[in-house]
Design a protein around this ligand. Structure first.
Ligand code: FES
Length: 91
């Protein structure tokens, strides 16, 4: 399971963390990655001044805007999800 952790602290909420989460959820569904990629919320990650903070597995990102959801998904999430999938199904 690849976990996407999105900060829902007040600063990130004001910058659109809910909207970002919804957009990423739609993309997970579109790519049929349910059960392989999941989204959870987290409180402040101490990177408030940079914009919405997101963790993808162990990788930390900040300043992600909701309108960048698709670009972020295909650049940073799908490759990590593929690796998880391959390690689960080595054949
Ligand atoms: S509120 Fe999101 S990093 Fe602080």
């Amino acid at each position: 399971m690849l976990l996407i952790t999105i900060c829902v602290g007040s600063s990130c909420s004001l910058r659109g963390s809910d909207e970002l989460a919804m957009e990423l959820q739609k993309l997970i569904k579109k790519e049929q990655l349910e059960g392989l990629v999941d989204i959870v919320g987290a409180f402040c990650m101490d990177l408030c001044s940079k914009g919405v903070s997101v963790r993808v597995g162990d990788a930390q990102f900040s300043g992600i805007k909701p309108e960048q959801a698709e670009e972020f998904f295909y650049k940073e999430i799908i490759s990590r999800a593929d690796r998880k999938l391959l390690s689960r199904n080595p054949d």
